[in-house]
Design a protein around this ligand. Structure first.
Ligand SMILES: Nc1ncnc2c1ncn2[C@@H]1O[C@H](COP(=O)(O)OP(=O)(O)OP(=O)(O)O)[C@@H](O)[C@H]1O
Ligand SMILES: [Mg+2]
Length: 592
């Protein structure tokens, strides 16, 4: 049943946005594994069938044995009992193996698909999600969808096949009893699960988002612990987490109550049906139309038949949860693209290239003011341009546009004279990159954090990059040197060291256009001046866009562009702007 060469051609694209409900999209992802899923359903039905047949044959054996027949008369039943008990275990094992195998294969593909989507969306496409909530979607929501394969398919097929066969078998013994059994089974298989799912629906809908909120709140509590304590806000933040936690407990309680109601109703229906079957059977025996051995078989078969439907109420509730989880996953996979990838990307130019902005306009919020308003900028090969301006002037937005994190509302961004949108975003970022304004350090060693930019870098290349960022003496002075862990988000190093590490990482990546977004903002004034001087020295002859508030040393760059409320207020070399007596001069002299 389990193929030796499993079909692994699962395709994460099955999650792509289309008109189908998210749960059906997940089911469609298992299409290459349908053989296994059918095998699991067949094994499940066989296991349940063995269970029912075991009790039926046992009933026959006990009743017949009480009549003291010859051993030959019951030997087939004895063998059947053994075979059915072994078969039940084996089939159940195979069913679990195959259904979990399908579930985990699909789950792995779903996680990869979400991850690819997150990669494509980051950083600008994710501003609507809280990071803890994203983690909950990636972990617990994906986990919740496994019930679709484990509980959503096999028990339904087993219930339909075995329930139908059992009723048919009972029909041969006593028709009225079979009708009663059919009614009992249908109630247990349809009414109880649907009612349970309806009771749990509200809780199921609310629980997954609440779980996401709790994860997000806890993540933010941990990330912001220092600020919360500094402002005495820790208790209030904890109380907010407790409220979400209490809500989740209440919702889980509702789901558990619905499950318990289902289980209780199931026992009641089983008992009532059995009682009715027994009454009809005893009446038929009294009337002489049914002998005692078939009566025992009938009663025990009816009892066992409920095994086939016993899993359905819980399955219905879990399927409701899986539906909500699939919807939350779809919200991530269907999130609109922050930039549109070209169908047939253009190849990158082999040699040096110019980068230009032409009337580039960026609008973050529809109807809101533009963050960039018709900005034109020339970055020919080898030219160093500094971008200055007050907070919120649009400097980082220029970097986001050039690195293909953000689409233009109008105007154009050009690489080698061709629209930047015609190149694959990853290709663009392999040649235009550098150091973001808030660089992220991973909880790894200094070496690993640097190697992120170029995994194959040699120790000499690492040392050269660290040297250019004026970091080498510090690294060498550390007891663990390059193997020093920097802590989560670089918490175990100073703000300035963190920034220099990010700068060294940018130097190591060595893109053809290096964008440095405020590489000196965490440094003390002396270090800031020294690093700017070093930086300008280290980037001589290269294409650089330096976004900075540090104006000392800018006489060395080729051009200074002053941004003001998304517009270019002034541009030109340092001396010219100093003489012009405009915005730049005010920035130099008064700092505003
Ligand atoms: N993801 C976003 N969503 C909405 N608005 C944004 C977003 N990112 C930036 N903005 C807004 O766009 C404007 C320009 O932001 P940008 O980050 O480019 O400024 P900046 O010049 O880099 O400022 P700073 O010197 O503080 O880094 C600001 O008004 C900012 O609030
Ligand atoms: Mg900025």
């Amino acid at each position: 049943m389990i193929a030796r060469n499993p079909a692994t051609a699962l395709d994460g694209n099955g999650l792509a946005r289309d008109g189908r409900p998210p749960l059906l999209r997940l089911l469609a992802m298992a299409r290459p594994l349908r053989g296994r899923l059918l095998g699991a359903a067949a094994a499940g039905a066989a296991a349940t069938g063995c269970g029912v047949a075991l009790l039926a044959v046992s009933g026959f054996l006990l009743a017949r044995a009480s009549q003291h027949p010859s051993i030959l008369a019951i030997s087939v039943a004895v063998v059947a009992v053994r075979a059915l008990s072994v078969g039940r275990g084996v089939f159940r094992y195979l069913e679990r193996l195959a259904s979990h195998d399908v579930a985990f294969r699909v789950l792995a593909q779903v996680r990869v698909a979400i991850w690819r989507r997150l990669e494509a969306l980051a950083p600008n496409g994710l501003v609507l999600f809280r990071s803890g909530d994203l983690l909950a979607r990636l972990v617990s929501d994906v986990d919740a969808t496994q019930d679709l394969f484990i509980r959503g398919v096999t028990p339904v097929v087993a219930a339909a096949l075995v329930g139908g066969a059992t009723v048919a078998g009972c029909l041969l013994i006593l028709a009225p009893a079979a009708a009663v059994l059919a009614a009992g089974l249908l109630t247990a298989a349809l009414v109880v699960p649907l009612a349970g799912a309806a009771v749990a629906r509200k809780a199921a809908r609310a629980a997954a988002p609440a779980r996401g909120r709790l994860a997000a709140t806890v993540t933010e509590l941990l990330d912001g612990a220092a600020d919360l304590h500094a402002f005495g806000a820790a208790d209030a933040a904890l109380a907010r987490a407790e409220v979400t936690d209490a809500e989740l407990t209440r919702l889980d309680g509702r789901t558990a109550a619905a499950s318990a109601l289902g289980a209780g109703s199931m026992s009641a229906i089983t008992g009532i049906t059995l009682w009715a079957v027994l009454v009809l059977g005893v009446a038929a025996t009294g009337a002489g139309t049914l002998s005692r051995v078939p009566l025992a078989v009938l009663t025990l078969t009816a009892l066992a038949a409920f095994e086939a439907v016993s899993a359905l109420p819980a399955a219905a509730i879990q399927l409701g949860q899986a539906r909500v989880a699939a919807g939350r996953i779809a919200a991530v996979t269907d999130a609109p693209d922050p930039v549109i990838e070209p169908a047939r990307p253009r190849a990158l130019p082999p040699g040096p290239f110019a980068v230009q902005l032409r009337d580039a306009t960026v609008v973050y919020r529809p109807g809101g003011p533009p963050a960039l308003d018709r900005v034109s900028l020339d970055l020919p090969p080898g030219r160093r341009v500094a971008l200055v301006g007050a907070n919120g002037a649009g400097k980082s937005t220029v970097a986001a546009v050039l690195m293909r994190f953000r689409e233009l509302a109008s105007g154009a961004a050009l690489l080698d004279g061709h629209d930047l949108a015609g190149y694959a975003a990853d290709d663009v970022r392999s040649v235009i990159g550098g150091c973001p304004q808030d660089p992220y350090l991973f909880a790894a060693t200094i070496r690993d954090n640097l190697r992120l930019a170029r995994p194959a870098a040699t120790d000499e290349e690492l040392a050269a990059a660290a040297g250019r960022a004026r970091l080498l003496p510090w690294i060498e002075s550390l007891p663990q040197g390059w193997d020093t862990p920097v802590g989560a988000r670089g918490a175990a190093v100073s703000g300035g060291e963190r920034q220099r590490l990010a700068l060294a990482r940018a130097f190591l990546a060595d893109p053809r256009l290096l964008i440095l977004d405020e590489p000196t903002s965490h440094l003390d004034p002396t270090a800031r001046r020294a690093l700017t001087t070093d930086l300008l020295h280290a980037t001589e002859g290269r294409s650089v866009l330096l976004i900075t508030h540090e104006l000392d040393g800018l006489d060395q760059v080729d051009e200074i562009v002053v941004l003001d409320h998304g517009r270019i207020a002034e541009q030109g070399p340092h001396q010219q702007l100093r003489r012009a007596g405009g915005r730049y001069q005010r920035l130099c002299e008064h700092g505003y």
